[in-house]
Design a protein around this ligand. Structure first.
Ligand SMILES: Cc1cc2nc3c(=O)[nH]c(=O)nc-3n(C[C@H](O)[C@H](O)[C@H](O)COP(=O)(O)OP(=O)(O)OC[C@H]3O[C@@H](n4cnc5c(N)ncnc54)[C@H](O)[C@@H]3O)c2cc1C
Length: 337
């Protein structure tokens, strides 16, 4: 009998993999139908590279390995908004361009002029100076992913907050409780606050994910097929849940600078979530003791990392497999004990 603590995207993905391989699994979450996890706020960009490339040295490889598993993962869940149109990176000013160019060079992306990016996405502002197309970066809707995982695990999710792992009756306990993992295990996982907006208008204003900077303000715009556009996100080293005037202003200002037509959209949601960050911002994956396994600390990439986390943890629990990634992301590594 295996208990998974946490019914967010990571815990549910692991539980589904374990079940698919014949294991008896129970998931514990205080809100089995709720919206409490970071997944509910997340945009669902599946984008390896970016800042992650400059953090944990093996994180980019892990992200790329997980991206390769996404087509099969999405196909197994039904329609979860998996969309391969790709991302346009854009820079509004010369200073924004200098800043973005470092990351674009690292990702070996071909530079485009402002008019070339507007040929691909006519709703972009004519003031945009430069851009790139990242065809390998895709998106999925985390809310639809979690709904599909919940359906796949119907009857296996128990409404209960775990406060002490000793109270759980199971041979193996997998702790996948996002930011809640710190209190259960003592591992150094911190909340990194993110404010996100959702706008709604006529479908079709944008086709690509837009990832851009406008006068030093970074923003991404993730269009869904039904006309919703997710606008994110602030990144704040704090754990409160307040939506702030400054946070909302910065996101809207940058969004409207890049795509002026968004001014006509309706602002439908302001949400705040917490990325589970670690000292080197790589996830913590592996055994804590003979009975306990951890899968947490996925920071800003937990949606992207769900398929590989599920595979690595299911292998570890069921076969004892020691995939090299588990050495790289071991919970006891330097600074992460
Ligand atoms: C603003 C923002 C934008 C993001 N954008 C992206 C993105 O575009 N792409 C991407 O890949 N990632 C993104 N992320 C990151 C991603 O959302 C997280 O990495 C991911 O949700 C982590 O998954 P998780 O299941 O570990 O934690 P969560 O999704 O937070 O779920 C944790 C679950 O554990 C439960 N829990 C907590 N404590 C307990 C307990 N004691 N007992 C039982 N259950 C418990 C909670 O109720 C919750 O359901 C974003 C995050 C934020 C905040």
């Amino acid at each position: 009998m295996i208990a998974v603590i946490g019914g967010g995207i990571i815990g549910l993905s692991i539980a589904r993999s374990l079940r698919a391989r014949g294991a008896e699994v129970t998931v514990y979450d205080p809100e089995p139908d709720g919206t409490g996890g970071a997944w509910h706020v997340a945009a669902g960009m599946l984008a390896p590279g970016r800042e992650s490339a400059f953090e944990h040295p093996r994180l980019e490889s892990l992200l790329e390995a997980s991206l390769a598993l996404w087509p099969e993962f999405a196909a197994g869940l039904g329609d979860v908004g998996y969309d391969t149109t790709g991302t346009l990176g854009v820079a509004l000013t010369a200073d924004d361009h200098v800043e973005a160019a470092r990351e674009w060079r690292h990702q070996k992306l071909q530079p485009l002029t402002g008019s070339q990016v507007r040929d691909r996405e006519p709703a972009l502002s004519p003031r945009i100076r430069a851009g790139v197309h990242a065809p390998h970066e895709v998106q999925a809707d985390p809310r639809r992913v979690v709904a599909a995982l919940r359906r796949a695990l119907a009857g296996r999710i128990v409404a209960r907050r775990i406060t002490d792992l000793g109270e759980v009756a199971a041979d193996t306990v997998v702790v996948a409780a996002g930011c809640g993992t710190a209190a259960l295990t003592g591992l150094p996982i911190r909340p990194v606050k993110g404010q996100v907006l959702r706008l709604r208008g006529e479908p079709g204003l944008l086709r690509h994910v837009i990832d851009g900077s406008a006068d030093g303000r970074h923003v991404y715009l993730v269009p869904r097929a039904d006309g919703e556009i997710v606008v994110g996100a602030t990144q704040e080293e704090r754990g409160d849940s307040a939506a702030t005037a400054g946070g909302v202003h910065d996101l809207l200002r940058a969004a409207l600078d890049l795509v002026p037509g968004l001014a006509e959209h309706t602002l439908t949601e302001i949400t705040v979530g917490h990325r589970p960050g670690t000292p080197d911002n790589g996830p913590l994956l592996g055994r804590l003791d003979a009975r306990t396994v951890v899968a947490a600390g996925h920071h800003r990439n937990g949606i992207l990392l769900a398929p590989i986390t599920a595979r690595l943890v299911a292998d570890l629990v069921l076969t004892g497999s020691d995939d090299p990634f588990l050495d790289d992301f071991a919970p006891g590594r330097n600074g992460c004990a």
